[in-house]
Structures are given as structure tokens and as C-alpha cells.
Design a protein around this ligand. Sequence first.
Ligand SMILES: [Zn+2]
Length: 156
Amino acid sequence: MQYLPQLRLAAYQAASKAYAPYSNVCLGCAVWAENKIFAGANVENASYGATICAERAAIWQAINQGARSLQHLYLFSPGGWPPCGMCRQVMAEFAGPELKITLAHPANVKSLNPLLEGTGTPAEIVLAGQKIALLEQNLTLGQLFPCSFNPTHLQK
Ligand SMILES: [Zn+2]
């Protein structure tokens, strides 16, 4: 996973581009797909329903640039939050249960994900000469979304 430092940095930096005037919560996601990195952030909308999560924003970038197979999704959030159900479904469209998923959050804040509390692995980003400590949890799509509905169910 030589790409991991770049993937981590791309996700972290993507969070700074989030449009989140309603929740004030900025998330960044980067996906490794077909040897390239694609990143995105959450984009909220006054209708709420038209809001898009960082994960789907990153995946749409990949798909719109021709990639079709995701290998690793890295999500940076304030609390190490897992992807929502809609994002898991989109992941299942473009990846199998082996898809690597890393949930990261700043090391100096408590994880808001009770199932993962205390299970993080330390990681670090160096950005403009500043070291930023993170905690990461590594999972797979199969763990997050077992028995998912996916394109194989529609094959004849
Ligand atoms: Zn989502």
C-alpha cells in the first residue's frame, strides 16, 4: 500500500473543501481506484435531501474519470464515523467485499463511533511542515455491509 500516505493526505485535505453550512461538519474522502487517487468532500444543500456525502463525492470523481473498480476508500471525519447506508450501497456497486475501508479521525479527539472506540492505529500526516496525528480503523466493505445487494444479483 505505497499509495496510503498520499491517500491519507488527499482525504484530509479534501475535508477543507467541504460545503457544510448546516452541520458545520467537514468530511473528506479519497479512493484508490485503478492506480489513481480521487477525492471529494461532503456538499450540503438547503433541501437536506440533496446533500451528498464525502464518500459518494469521491466515488463520483473516480467514476466520472473512467475508473470502475475501487480498491481502498479512506474517510476522514471528526469522529471516525462509518459510511452511511447509501454510501455503502454505492461502494458495493464498484467494489467487492474485499474493499479496504479506513476510518480516520484526529488523534486528539475521542472517536464518536462507540463500536470502534479504542481500536485505532496511530498515523500521521505532514502538511506544510506541521505534523497531524490521526487514529485509523481498518475494515472491509464485507465487514461494514455484509450480505449487500450488488450487481451480481442482477446477472442472468
Ligand atoms: Zn453517506
